[in-house]
Design a protein around this ligand. Structure first.
Ligand code: ADP
Ligand code: MG
Length: 333
């Protein structure tokens, strides 16, 4: 539906986006995930037509948008600060989203009611913005961007201003609303949990480049680079000392991996306690997290992090243990 071809952007000669290729299918929710400053907002602005790319092409259904101004692209945008008008009511704010549309005035109230119902704010029409909670404001902003029935909805850190608990709940709500409306969406966040919760696929960005694009499960189980692994909280990355016929040799042992990777990831989900395991170490962290413990064990290969279920034996800090890892993945640097 939407495709980007070698999109580039520079600010004053400094490259901010480099060779970005991306394709969104109709009805898909895609996340752009990356640290602050990696170029996510700039990419949204280029797609929206608010910023002219320095190179490459943005296409909708195969047609280049180069000559189409922002207000004719039919894209909806929602930002972190919502930019709601505090002196207008909920309904007036939503109506503002319709001003660019040639929707007959007589049909506006019906459309406004429909989107307010969709976001769970039926009956809120006459409320002043200043009387709403953070989560309600967020839904008004969403209703406003949904009202014109955009072909593509772009959300830039839409939950960034809310506290963690509310974010966790609202991200699921957002996903269900976007699905119910049958929208194609591009969702920007720096929060991996948020991306996991909402995305069909996630594009991980690093310093203006696309690092890896896959389903949440695909990225988590099979990260390709050390950046992606670490960004997803998979920290057991070790250098490969030598490639031998038995596999990649590291300080933690030799592991069969494909290719000739400079680094390997010992996937934390596959690290277990095993008294016959090949990796001796000492527990240096044991943190209760509710249904599991977060563990850190110092080994000759460095500190390894993993989780242990509360149901099993959980050794104490200072105790000697042996570990094994049954999932080792080759990474590029
Ligand atoms: P993100 O949204 O991922 O945090 P941005 O797209 O906002 O990243 O910014 C990417 C880079 O571009 C940053 O280094 C930022 O400082 C720079 N940048 C953003 N906007 C401008 C601007 N208007 N002029 C110059 N540099 C900018
Ligand atoms: Mg941003």
């Amino acid at each position: 539906m939407l495709s980007l071809h070698q999109v580039e952007h520079h600010y004053n000669g400094v490259p901010v986006l480099q060779a970005i290729d991306l394709a969104l299918a109709a009805g898909e929710i895609m996340c752009l995930l990356g640290p602050s400053g990696c170029g996510k907002t700039t990419l949204l602005r280029v797609i929206a037509g608010l910023e002219e790319g320095s190179g490459g092409d943005v296409r909708l259904e195969g047609q280049s948008l180069a000559a189409v101004p922002a207000h004719q692209r039919g894209f909806g945008l929602m930002f972190q600060d919502y930019a709601l008008f505090p002196h207008l009511t909920v309904a007036q704010n939503v109506a503002f989203g319709l001003r660019m549309q040639r929707l007959p005035a007589a049909q506006q109230p019906e459309r406004i009611q429909a989107v307010l119902r969709l976001v769970g704010l039926a009956g809120f029409d006459g409320r002043d913005i200043s009387t709403l909670s953070g989560g309600e404001k967020q839904r008004v902003a969403l209703a406003r961007s949904l009202a014109p029935q955009p072909r593509l909805l772009m959300l830039d850190e839409p939950l960034g201003a809310l506290d963690a608990l509310l974010r966790e709940r609202l991200v699921v709500e957002l996903r269900d609303i976007i699905r119910a409306a049958g929208l194609t969406a591009l969702y920007v966040t720096h929060d991996r949990q948020e991306a996991f919760a909402i995305a069909d696929r996630i594009a991980i960005m690093n310093d203006g480049r696309m690092e890896q694009l896959d389903t949440p499960e695909g990225l988590y189980m099979q990260p390709r680079t050390a950046f992606v692994a670490r960004f997803l909280g998979l920290n057991n990355v070790l250098p490969v000392q030598a490639l031998t016929p038995q596999g990649a040799r590291t300080a933690a042992g030799t592991f069969a991996v494909a290719g000739a990777p400079p680094l390997v990831l010992l996937h934390p989900d596959a690290i277990t306690l095993d008294e016959d395991g090949p990796l001796p170490g000492t527990v240096t962290e044991r943190t209760f997290q509710g249904d599991h413990y977060r563990m850190q064990v110092q080994t000759d290969a460095g500190a390894l992090r993993f989780r242990l279920s509360r149901a099993g034996v959980v050794p104490l800090v200072g105790q000697s243990v042996r570990l094994r890892c049954d999932r080792v993945i080759g990474l590029s640097g």
